[in-house]
Design a protein around this ligand. Structure first.
Ligand code: PAF
Length: 284
């Protein structure tokens, strides 16, 4: 398995490559949720490029950029365990792990990609500039790899909507594929940040998926307005960033035209902020 560390080498590879490329953008510290994305790409593309880059532009000044777990050797061995899924010997699995920030953003890189409208709710409110950082790096990674398909996890639901809008607005020639949330047996959604939790916090963190499930049941059994009353109660708690029920197509308030809602939550356990969500069809 090839590991590419420089901008020059990834560009030289993608410019010459005459096969269809699938990209799995990650920030490393890979868990089974990431591996599902890689598997999906391996099934559909002759070349899969997994990118591993902790993108400074998507972290706020008081966020965890410095301490974000960097585990490249482990990540490489986890990805190489999937090589057996390559459908034939001409298919390739490649890791692009830029050796420095400049390999992605060279000196004098001055562009910010900003998708307006979808970032004024949920995580966009608590993390100003976060989604501009995500859009800028995703655009850059698409350009560097010339990927035809890209794979993202639904745990970051708002991110998936924003990236789909970016691709639509800028007519990017990339198909976006979304993969379901993978959970531990007790229900906690897999996240690289789960590693920060101590034993007590790990137990408390189950409150998040339990509340999402609770709200889902309320939506199904008692209706949206009962579920919304419950979110208001949750939102008063000091370790809750938000619980919201929104139209899943555009994150606007639920209306008569809404066919599906996203129930999204973000909570803090110690210094760790976790997010989770589920989608529920309504008016079916
Ligand atoms: O979801 C993530 O891990 C990141 O936001 C992404 C898409 C890799 C961009 O840095």
């Amino acid at each position: 398995m090839k590991v590419i560390r420089s901008r020059e080498e990834i560009l030289s590879f993608s410019n010459k490559c005459d096969k269809e490329i699938g990209i799995v953008p990650t920030m490393g510290n890979l868990h089974d949720g990431h591996l599902k994305l890689v598997e999906a790409s391996l099934l559909n593309n002759e070349v899969t490029i997994v990118t591993i880059f902790v993108n400074p532009k998507q972290f706020g000044p008081n966020e965890d950029f410095q301490k974000y777990p960097r585990t490249l050797d482990d990540d490489i061995s986890r990805i190489s365990s999937l090589e057996e899924l390559l459908k034939n010997k001409d298919n390739e699995l490649i890791i692009f792990a830029p050796s420095s920030v400049e390999e992605v953003y060279p000196a004098n890189f001055n562009t910010v990609i900003s998708v307006k409208g979808l970032d004024n709710t949920l995580c966009g409110l608590n993390r100003p500039g976060h989604f501009d950082g995500v859009c800028t790096v995703v655009y850059q990674l698409f350009s560097l790899t010339k990927a035809k398909r890209a794979y993202f996890g639904l745990k970051d639901f708002q991110q998936t909507l924003i990236i789909r809008k970016l691709v639509k607005d800028l007519l990017l020639p990339v198909d976006i594929h979304l993969i379901d949330i993978i959970r531990d047996e007790d229900g906690l959604a897999l996240s690289s940040r789960n590693k920060y939790l101590n034993v007590d916090e790990r137990l408390q963190a189950l409150t998040l998926p339990k509340r999402i499930k609770n709200l889902e049941q309320l939506v199904k059994e008692s209706g949206i307005s009962e579920a919304m009353k419950k979110t208001k109660i949750y939102n008063k708690e000091s370790n809750v960033d938000y619980f919201h029920i929104l139209d899943s197509s555009n994150l606007s308030p639920v209306s008569n035209d809404t066919c599906e809602v996203v129930i999204a939550g973000a909570m803090r356990f110690g210094n760790t902020r976790l997010i989770d969500n589920t989608l529920v069809k309504i008016n079916a």
